[in-house]
Design a protein. Structure first.
Length: 376
């Protein structure tokens, strides 16, 4: 950061000192006993006449030699103080250059940091960019005046570069969350507008209403987090789309409107729910009879009645497992309907018993098939 470099600075100051002494070469010696300048003299071994000056007397004078040594020490001391002072800047602002920005930020983003984590880093680099401009822009050390404004501005620009890069990552994460929540709201709103003409349609609408109630707290946390992310971007002067800002500020009202719509729709469906509640009860009653018939069939014709014909048992096991799976699927649909219509959940002991029996038989026939394959 030092310009000219330290070694060049030493040379310049040493050269200045030498020029002061060598300036005595301009003063010619006087003739003996007078103040008249002695003319150039012919010296053996020299082609040109030599002009004798006071340089040899001054440069070899003990006081001048002592002073020259003292000045040389002062020059070295001054340069040492300059380097020490600049090292304090280097130590203080090392984090700006110590880490490779792109690699560090990539690793940071992969952790999906919270808004607080982003704010901590943004605050650190933003504070550096402001603090460096409060430093003295000129510093006098010995006979040297340091002009520090170019260094301070470079540090500020680098710190702002970190803020900009971090802000871009924060904006990307905020935008992604914003769009996901927006699409979720639009999907829920669309589902609420589905006409409940059939039992399946009504089940779907009621499930959406129940879902909106269930995710209310989670959605509130999400839109508050998104809003805080955009507020953080604005605080640190990171450029953000106006549309994104507006949408982030409107998320709460959009959700409240959607929640109110679901609540009002639920009230308006009371009559329809009563109608389909009766239908669901009839379906449960019919399903109970179906289970009873299947249980009788399982007891009389199931894989447990094959005696010694185990191959036939394997065949029947697969058949009853497939039928049982269909019944289990229908049971789950009826349970969901009972939940939606606030009906007590119906238990099917025969179904539970058959499930346990099928699992036990499956292990037996699995062992039989393994033995058969081994024999073959």
């Amino acid at each position: 950061v030092l310009h000219p470099p330290a070694n060049e600075l030493c040379k310049l100051m040493t050269q200045s000192m030498r020029e002061v002494v060598e300036g005595t070469k301009l003063f010619a010696r006087w003739k003996n006993g007078s103040c008249a300048e002695a003319p150039p003299q012919q010296v053996p071994g020299q082609d040109e006449p030599v002009t004798f000056t006071f340089f040899s007397d001054v440069s070899m004078h003990p006081d001048v030699v002592e002073m020259a040594n003292l000045v040389q020490q002062n020059i070295q001391g001054t340069v040492s103080q300059i380097l020490h002072y600049l090292s304090s800047w280097k130590k203080k602002y090392r984090p700006l250059w110590k880490l490779q920005r792109d690699i560090m930020l990539e690793k940071f983003a992969q952790k999906d940091p919270t808004c607080v984590s982003y704010d901590d880093k943004l605050q650190f680099y933003d504070a550096l960019s402001d603090e460096v401009m409060t430093q003295l822009m000129k510093k006098e050390i010995g006979c040297v005046m340091l002009h520090l404004e170019p260094l301070a501005r470079t540090i500020r620009e680098n710190a702002r570069g970190w803020v900009t890069s971090l802000g871009k990552l924060l904006n990307d994460s905020a935008r992604s969350r914003l769009m996901q929540l927006k699409e979720q709201f639009e999907g829920l709103s669309s589902d609420l507008k589905r006409s409940p003409d059939t039992l399946e349609d009504l089940k779907h609408v009621l499930s959406i209403i129940a879902k909106i109630r269930a995710i209310s707290l989670d959605v509130e946390l999400k839109y508050r987090d998104i809003r805080e992310r955009y507020r953080t971007l604005v605080i640190y002067d990171v450029k953000v789309s106006g549309e994104e800002l507006e949408l982030s500020n409107n998320l709460e009202q959009i959700w409240l409107d959607l929640f109110h719509e679901a609540k009002m729709l639920d009230r308006s469906l009371i009559t329809v729910k009563k109608k389909f509640t009766i239908i669901t009860c009839e379906q449960v009653e019919g399903f109970t009879k179906t289970i009873s018939g299947f249980h009788d069939k399982f007891t009389a014709e199931g894989p447990g009645n094959v005696r010694t014909d185990l191959d036939e048992g394997v065949k029947k096991l697969k058949q009853f497992q497939a039928e049982f799976a269909e019944l289990e699927k229908e049971r789950q649909e009826l349970v969901n309907a009972e939940k939606l219509f606030d009906l007590p959940i119906t238990l099917y002991p025969d179904l539970i018993e058959m499930d346990s029996s099928l699992q036990g038989m499956a292990k037996v026939f699995e062992l039989y098939e393994a033995q058969r394959v081994a024999r073959e």
